[in-house]
Design a protein around this ligand. Structure first.
Ligand SMILES: C[S@@+](CC[C@H](N)C(=O)[O-])C[C@H]1O[C@@H](n2cnc3c(N)ncnc32)[C@H](O)[C@@H]1O
Length: 240
């Protein structure tokens, strides 16, 4: 009964998403220019956002996101995932977790918002082959605690979420305890520079070096930062 309810709910959300994709899909039009990640109020994407789930889904996964997000580039930075567990912090709709579940041994999608936990639990049953579904676990985190046990993840991924984490250095220290020696953290977020996009606004962007400084303060080292591969975002990678 609960599964039927979830599927009905998911079907409704999926229908809305497909409708939103419509004819302005930049890929369908053969447009090679990266579309703007968001043309509405991206600055309101904060924990506890009171917008409806449908509105948030449109904001997090706007049509054509794959073109500028290049998930294969970000995931490619992780190396061979066959024997690795990835924790996706602030997983949202599961944009990355769904893709990672098809490559990694296990994915733990940590999210604050129970609506997204519910959404991911529904969508994985519809979108992923049965053999991948068991690799994809959702977990309700707290603002100051990802609820991960020491040694539970080999790699931590934080995409478009870093700035919303409160007491970031303490939170990062917590993540450091989760990782084994040599374990990696990858932070992907919007560059703080002039770009042909308006949102997210400057007040919800951090300079790349600020992310590096905070990671270093928490105890991470061996930085590899890349602000060229993605159109709008940098990728900061560091190790325990
Ligand atoms: C802008 S969305 C990004 C979602 C996803 N990473 C993506 O790239 O599509 C930010 C998400 O992070 C979640 N979030 C914010 N702070 C968090 C925290 N401390 N722990 C877990 N999730 C958090 C929010 O609820 C929201 O779903």
């Amino acid at each position: 009964m609960k599964i039927q309810h979830n599927l009905k709910f998911f079907s409704l959300v999926l229908a809305l998403l497909l409708a939103a994709c419509g004819s302005d899909d930049p890929i369908a039009e053969g447009n090679t220019k990266a579309p703007k990640p968001d043309s509405t109020e991206h600055q309101s994407l904060v924990p506890g956002d009171s917008a409806s789930l449908q509105t948030l889904l449109r904001k997090y996964d706007p049509p054509g996101r794959d073109v500028w997000q290049k998930p294969e580039v970000v995931i490619g930075k992780m190396g061979d995932l066959g024997n690795k567990t990835v924790a996706d912090i602030g997983a949202g709709s599961g944009f990355f977790s769904r893709r990672l579940a098809q490559q990694a041994k296990r994915v733990i999608a940590v999210e604050l918002d129970p609506r997204f936990i519910h959404f991911m639990d529904s969508i994985k049953r519809v979108e992923l082959k049965p053999e991948y579904q068991n690799r994809f676990e959702t977990r309700l985190g707290l603002p100051n605690d990802p609820k991960l046990k020491p040694g539970e993840a080999d790699i931590v991924l934080v995409v478009n979420t870093y700035i919303y984490i409160q007491n970031r250095v303490d939170y990062l220290k917590n993540l450091l305890n989760v990782l084994p020696k040599g374990g990696k953290i990858i932070v992907v977020d919007f560059k703080k520079k002039r770009m042909p996009i308006k949102y997210p606004t400057a007040n919800v962007r951090l300079e790349l070096y600020e992310v590096e400084n905070e990671l270093e303060a928490a105890g991470f080292s061996n930085f590899q930062s890349d602000d060229c591969s993605l159109d709008y975002q940098y990728i900061v990678m560091a190790e325990k």
